[in-house]
Design a protein around this ligand. Structure first.
Ligand SMILES: [Zn+2]
Length: 422
């Protein structure tokens, strides 16, 4: 098969242009979903895709689709998709890189007159970040709803999602924003098993593994399985000045003992690639003159192996078997998910494309969730990562070089053509 190359000049221009939409003035963007800034990015997408003759469609949850017809009128579409929205003070690559890559693939196909049987679609997902209207991956949750595992599904009911309140203004819901938006289209245009053959998503890595390995592009094999549990501690509030230390039941002290205990015990399992985090802690009454009576924190743990996650979970659950600093401990499951493996055939196309083009690459896992994760329950799906400088993401210094972005896109293009030739 002939190999094709994407354009560094065109990619650089897209990165520079898109970075203006929501520019917060210090290197990054704040581009909430369906905001005027998001509208600017969407119009840029529409303008560029129309100019190469792609047909633009919008579905009922504001996802945008730009499609180039293929030579076979009955063939299903091959879609490349990511999101245009960002977190508050986010970077210029998370999400938008996957949209720009999808555009670049279509532009390269048109410029080089590359023959293809299947229609090729570049797609914009709405509200992936969930930073204005929670939760994250909201709209892929809605669109892929019927295919989601039972333990995930409940979170993404259409009616509930429409009621999701803006974190900036509790009078406004996601449904209101959608109704007011010019991007609310027709439900029949939604991504579907009927009309789509498979999906690819390029994303910035959001971690330091590729850079540390000296590789430019990541061939992603799975999204890591994870669990999220809550540990609660019950003590007794007393006056900070009058109550002796040896009689206290300080729930915050208990919780901090357990956090240290968890780090010691989990590290003893000896798996450096295992990650676990306590990123949130709630302390009651959170007053400087009162000994805390009620404290809880979460633990988020991620690894490919279900067996290893189970071992960690035993340690976590074991915390409830005894008292800590005189406080009772309860352990409660919030949610979990199994490792989601990408489609083996698509993965092999990406790997072959990387090898044939000679672009520096490495196979790795994704620790973060993406729209592709939900799409994978509906369609064969896979992902490609582009090196993130210093592993930084969801922040303004987030950076991937235009060269690496173009290399990732070249791999995407050639992998898409392999899927097309099937
Ligand atoms: Zn993203």
């Amino acid at each position: 098969m002939a190999l094709y190359e994407c354009s560094l000049t065109r990619m650089t221009d897209k990165i520079e242009t898109m970075s203006k939409f929501g520019d917060a003035g210090h290197g990054g963007v704040t581009r909430y979903t369906l905001s005027p800034e998001d509208g600017q990015a969407r119009e840029e997408f529409r303008k560029r895709m129309k100019s190469i003759g792609a047909e633009i469609e919008i579905d009922d949850v504001a996802n945008m689709y730009a499609t180039l017809p293929g030579s076979d009128p009955d063939a299903k579409r091959i879609v490349m998709a990511s999101h245009t929205d960002s977190v508050r003070n986010g970077g210029n690559y998370d999400g938008i890189l996957g949209v720009m890559s999808a555009m670049e693939v279509l532009e390269t196909v048109v410029e080089n007159n590359i023959p293809h049987k299947h229609p090729l679609t570049a797609m914009v997902w709405t509200n992936e970040e969930g930073s204005l209207y929670p939760p994250a991956m909201m709209v892929s949750g809605i669109v892929c709803y019927d295919y989601l595992p039972e333990n995930v599904k409940g979170k993404f009911k259409f009616e509930d999602m429409m009621k999701s309140k803006s974190v900036l203004d509790s009078d406004v819901t996601f449904g209101d924003a959608l109704d007011k938006s010019i991007y609310k289209g027709d439900k029949k245009n939604r991504l579907s098993r009927k009309n789509y053959k498979c999906m690819f998503e390029i994303h910035n890595e959001q971690g330091p593994i590729l850079e540390d390995a000296g590789k430019n592009v990541g061939i992603v094999d799975c999204v890591l399985g994870m669990f999220n549990y809550r540990l609660r501690f019950f003590g007794q509030s007393v006056h900070a000045g009058t109550f002796p230390m040896d009689k206290r039941q300080d729930a915050l002290f208990a919780a901090s003992q357990v956090i240290c205990y968890l780090h010691e015990e989990i590290d003893k399992l000896g798996h450096p690639e295992l990650v676990y985090t306590t990123g949130e802690i709630v302390c009651h009454p959170n007053v400087h003159t009162v000994v805390p009576d009620d404290v809880d924190f979460c633990i988020d743990c991620r690894h490919e192996s279900a067996e290893l996650r189970e071992k960690v979970l035993e340690i976590v659950k074991g915390c409830a078997d005894k008292e800590w600093a005189g406080c009772k401990c309860e352990v409660e499951k919030m949610w979990n998910r199994d490792t989601v493996y990408w489609d083996k055939t698509l993965f092999s196309y990406v790997k072959e494309a990387a090898e044939e083009t000679g672009i520096s690459h490495e196979v790795l896992h994704s620790g973060a969730g993406h729209d592709a994760q939900f799409a994978s329950y509906m369609l064969p799906t896979t992902m490609i990562f582009v090196q993130s400088k210093d592993g930084l993401s969801h922040c303004e210094p987030e950076f991937s070089s235009a060269e690496h972005c173009t290399e990732g896109t070249t791999i995407l293009l050639n992998a898409v053509l392999k899927a097309d030739a099937e």
